[in-house]
Design a protein around this ligand. Structure first.
Ligand code: NDP
Length: 499
């Protein structure tokens, strides 16, 4: 189906939404031991659309036991890599077959435009599964050169063990599969805790995992709240690694929680990414890139370009262009066919973003466009917002807003060191964006910026071959690419005396 077409949401999802959802543990669908359920809300309407089981520490314990058993005695790590790869491919195909339904669920649950959901939640996820399936048989150790004579040495890469995957609500399915796929490829088993705001596609993922025949316990899905379910996973003494995406605040608590058994920890956290536009850039493309980079997924994107630094010679032109796009953006429910920007994910997120705009105004920022909740709609709709007259001391410039709000600031400088200092003047270091036709400037500046990712003239979207992650308080480690696969392994060195 053409992803441009609006699906028939009722036909596609009615059965799924009305089902009483359970937890997926050891290949079985089981209710939460407490019997508790929680409401799943459509952010475009504020209405309850489904219910999910509220797992707690006892459910997490059961899921970890299942994952442990599948790792130690089950067939997973010992399965030939081609067997693991084959199942990951089958899962990719199952997602494609269920693409319209999964895209619809993601759009209903998170609010994102259907086109984005279909492209990211289905095509992207299938790509992800196939990319990491390819790694199953390609991991290798080394034969290092050592100084001891008459010894044979080599290293092995082995799966780290039971992985706890904790994911946020902004790209629920892509985040979940982005963690599960590399972990499974190398032979780990997984307990997934999706965000309580967006559990639906994680449940659908578990159904497809069951359908394509993964052995019991290899993937377990426990829906529920950050505390108790997520916290119990972090604290659990039999989990070997936590792979987390979410806020920096929770990321820090995970480091503390993981200390109990010194779990391995990967963290993909927040960002406050700079967009730097030079006067020689293709200004039309730069405007488009800057607008898409902050209004895409309503700004609920860790790599959102939220600090817009524009050379003073073209500042007015760029700001006018971004403002014009903000005015023209069609904001609506994700399943309306012409929607370009959906609602924020929750009332809490709407309050949080509104609170930041209010704080910006109090500190002297000018609202050039937007700044208000969209009235007359029952969902959590926010106007795309451009702030000017902002400076480094304002909270809107320093903190991650995670909404469609960009701070535009002129750069009155041509010195690359000083421009890099401005770009690096943040606790975060996730992504960065440079717009110029001068490749010398682009690549010199790219090396000076302290961020895990630099995108020049737009760069590209997510490609699973390219490492993804941040410097400073944007996280620990990298997802995707070789680094992302190796993050789910331990290295063992073996030496043997030859005489
Ligand atoms: P959180 O960091 O709280 O949530 C991310 C995940 O962690 C969710 O699955 C959450 O569960 C879980 N979690 C929450 N508390 C704990 C805990 N103590 N132990 C283990 N897991 C836990 O993000 P929020 O949803 O609260 O969003 C707040 C802000 O975080 C946003 O406004 C944004 O600034 C930032 N954020 C950044 C993201 C990124 O990609 N960098 C993604 C999401 C948010 P549950 O949902 O059930 O609480």
């Amino acid at each position: 189906m053409n992803a441009q077409l609006s699906p028939d949401p009722t036909r596609l999802t009615a059965g799924f939404l009305s089902a009483p959802h359970k937890l997926f543990i050891n290949g079985q669908w089981v209710p939460a031991r407490s019997g508790k359920m929680f409401d799943v809300i459509n952010p475009a309407t504020g209405q309850v659309i489904a219910q999910a089981a509220a797992g707690d520490a006892s459910d997490i314990d059961a899921a970890v036991k299942a994952a442990r058993q599948a790792f130690e005695t089950g067939p997973w790590p010992s399965m030939p890599p081609s067997g693991r790869a084959k199942l990951l491919w089958k899962l990719a195909e199952a997602f494609e077959a269920a693409g319209d339904e999964v895209g619809t669920l993601e759009s209903l649950d998170n609010g994102m435009p259907y086109r984005v959901a279909r492209f990211v939640a289905v095509n992207g996820v299938a790509e992800c599964l196939r990319y990491f399936a390819g790694w199953a048989g390609k991991l290798s150790g080394e034969v290092p050169t050592v100084s001891f004579p008459n010894h044979h040495v080599y290293t092995l890469r082995e799966p780290v063990g039971v992985v706890g995957a904790i994911v946020p609500w902004n790209f629920p399915l892509a985040m979940a599969v982005g963690k599960i796929a590399p972990a499974l490829a190398v032979g780990c088993t997984v307990v997934l805790k999706p965000a309580e705001l967006t559990p639906l596609t994680a449940i659908r993922l578990a159904q497809l995992i069951e359908q394509v025949g993964f052995p019991p316990g290899v993937v377990n899905v426990v829906t529920g709240f950050g505390d108790p379910a997520g916290k119990a996973l972090v604290d659990h003494p039999d989990v070997d690694k936590i792979s987390f995406t979410g806020s920096t605040v929770v990321g820090k608590s995970i480091i503390a929680g993981a200390a109990g058994n010194l779990k391995r920890v990967s963290l993909e956290l927040g960002g406050k990414s700079p967009v730097i536009i030079f006067p020689d850039a293709d200004l039309d493309r730069a405007v488009e890139g800057a607008a898409n980079g902050i209004f895409g997924n309503a700004g609920q994107v860790c790599v959102a370009g939220s600090r817009l630094y524009v050379h003073k010679k073209v500042f007015d032109r760029i700001v006018e262009g971004v403002v014009d796009r903000a005015k023209k953006l069609k904001v609506g429910a994700g399943l309306e066919p012409d929607t370009q920007m959906g609602p924020l994910v929750s009332q809490k997120q709407l309050d949080r973003v509104s609170g930041y705009i209010a704080s910006g105004k109090e500190q002297g920022a000018e609202v050039v466009v937007g700044g208000q909740r969209i009235e007359g709609k029952s969902g959590y709709f926010m106007q795309p917002t451009v702030l000017a007259e902002t400076n480094r001391d304002m909270r809107v410039v320093r903190e991650e807003i995670f909404g469609p709000v960009v701070c535009a600031m002129p750069i009155d400088d041509d010195d690359l060191d000083r421009i890099a200092r401005i770009a690096n003047d943040t606790d975060y270091g996730l992504s960065s964006y440079i717009w110029t036709r001068d490749m010398g400037i682009a690549h010199k500046l790219a090396r000076k910026i302290k961020a895990g990712m630099v995108r020049i003239n737009g760069g590209m979207g997510i490609d699973y071959a390219l490492p993804f992650g941040g410097y400073k308080q944007s996280g620990w480690g990298r997802e995707h690419g070789r680094e992302g696969v190796e993050a789910y392994t331990e290295v063992k060195s073996i030496s043997m005396a030859l005489n």
